[in-house]
Design a protein around this ligand. Structure first.
Ligand code: PLP
Length: 429
């Protein structure tokens, strides 16, 4: 597929027809195993001298189409599907990080990722150093010889301040540290690999699916980071891997392209930890993806219209959406996003704090009250009493969640109906 256009890639990348049946739709290959042609064929597959299907825990033909499609959309060389966005974040870091190593992450992260990095990874002996993305140089200051990667989100909620991808990727490339970007909130709108990131990950659960039926995750290898040039920093890719009969990943798969990182993730982490995406979920994501570029356009239009409406409402104080930002925040958004600023919108009540936030949520009629984002339907939540309720008031403040803060994931319904629902809920709050 030569096209670079997301509308075309979302429909065509990675698939033309089923060779056995000529089926145009991607079939659900609901199988655990694959018959080898011969013992030699089986040995080649296990020895990675030939790529092909062995066992669905590590690859599946339906999932393979989704992987190719998302890799094409992001401009990467290959991708790995896993069972959730959480598994994707964990694998993306663990693939190049051992006990005793560290990595540097933006403070503006999804709460689940924060927990994984601050607690579970710490228990594994991996230190996450959190730095404020306001200052890209902070990433350099937190780096030492045991730093294995940088990690950030393109459009992190609740603050919705777009991450300085170019600046931090440059800091990392100068020091030999790859930047991993969670692009869950901005597929199509931003391609982090074009701005210097080395790896992209997604919770496909959100916009990529759009239907809210399936949990999944994806890691995309940009193929643009020279792991061999920084062999001391990446022993896991440059030294013999005892778990795979001494394979040196940067050498073993060289004839297949710059895919050392993603192959290793597949044949060691996915093999050992087993967080595989089910073929049925991969099929669901393929269906969702067909309309992803169209939906993102609608999310952006509606998100901007909602932000404008809220900004003009007398009960509303601050409105949080890149379309309402100016100065450096707006410059950062415009530097890496095109086609709009996404469907996530936050706002704060001028008065009434927690009571106002809760009353408003309870009064919504069309918006769903759920702990999710990226669905085609409009969603809302009051973070202070739900997703961020375990945090201390100081930590809530630091993450940008005040008592009167409401998070909206604006869907693709008709804008008049979205605003009518917000309007009636604001009127009774
Ligand atoms: N990254 C972001 C930005 C998210 O919003 C989420 C979930 O809300 C995740 C990762 C985790 O994804 P999942 O719920 O698919 O595990």
């Amino acid at each position: 597929m030569d096209s670079k256009n997301p509308e075309t890639l979302a429909l065509h990348a990675g698939w033309r027809r089923d060779e056995a049946t000529t089926s145009v739709a991607v079939p659900i290959y609901q199988t655990t195993s694959y018959q080898f042609n011969s013992t030699e064929h089986a040995a080649n597959l296990f020895g990675l001298t030939e790529l092909g299907n062995i066992y669905t825990r590590i690859m599946n033909p339906t999932t393979d189409v989704l992987e190719q499609r998302i890799a094409a959309l992001e401009g990467g060389v290959a991708a790995l599907a896993v069972s959730s966005g959480q598994a994707a974040s964990a694998f993306a870091v663990q693939n190049i990080t051992r006990a005793g190593d560290n990595f540097v992450a933006s403070t503006d992260l999804y709460g689940g990722t924060w927990n994984l990095f601050a607690n579970t990874m710490k228990d594994m002996g991996i230190e996450c150093r959190f730095v404020d993305p306001e200052d890209p140089a902070a990433f350099a200051r937190a780096t030492d010889e045991r730093t294995r990667c940088y990690y950030a989100e393109t459009l992190p909620n609740p603050k919705l301040r777009v991450f300085p991808i170019k600046e931090v990727a440059k800091v990392g490339r100068d020091l030999g540290v790859p930047l991993i970007v969670d692009n869950t909130a901005a597929p199509v709108l931003c391609r982090p690999l074009d701005h210097g990131a080395a790896i992209v990950m997604h919770s496909t659960t959100k916009y990529i699916g759009g239907h809210g039926t399936s949990i999944g995750g994806m890691i995309v290898d940009g193929g643009n980071f020279d792991w061999e040039a920084h062999a001391d920093r990446f022993p896991m890719l440059n030294q013999p891997d005892p778990s795979y009969h001494g394979a040196v990943w940067t050498e073993a798969v060289k004839p297949m392209g710059p895919i050392a990182y993603i192959i290793k993730a597949r044949v060691t982490l996915l093999r050992d930890l087993g967080s595989a995406m089910s073929p049925f979920n991969a099929f669901q994501f393929i269906q969702g993806m067909e309309t992803l570029p169209l939906r993102m356009r609608a999310h952006c239009e509606n998100g901007t219209a909602v932000a404008e409406y809220l900004a003009g409402h007398d009960k509303v104080g601050k409105v949080i959406h890149p379309s309402q930002m100016d100065g450096e925040e707006r410059r950062r958004a415009d530097a890496v996003m095109s086609g709009g600023y996404g469907g996530l919108v936050g706002f704060e009540f001028k008065d009434g704090g927690k009571d106002a936030g809760q009353k408003f949520i309870d009064s919504l009629q069309m918006f769903y009250h759920v702990a999710n984002i990226g669905d085609s339907r409009s969603l809302a939540i009051h973070p202070a009493t739900t997703t961020h309720s375990q945090l201390t008031p100081e930590d809530q403040e630091q993450t940008g969640v005040t008592d009167g803060y409401v998070r909206l994931s604006v869907g693709i319904e008709h804008i008049d109906d979205i605003i009518a629902d917000l309007d009636q809920a604001l009127a009774v709050t």
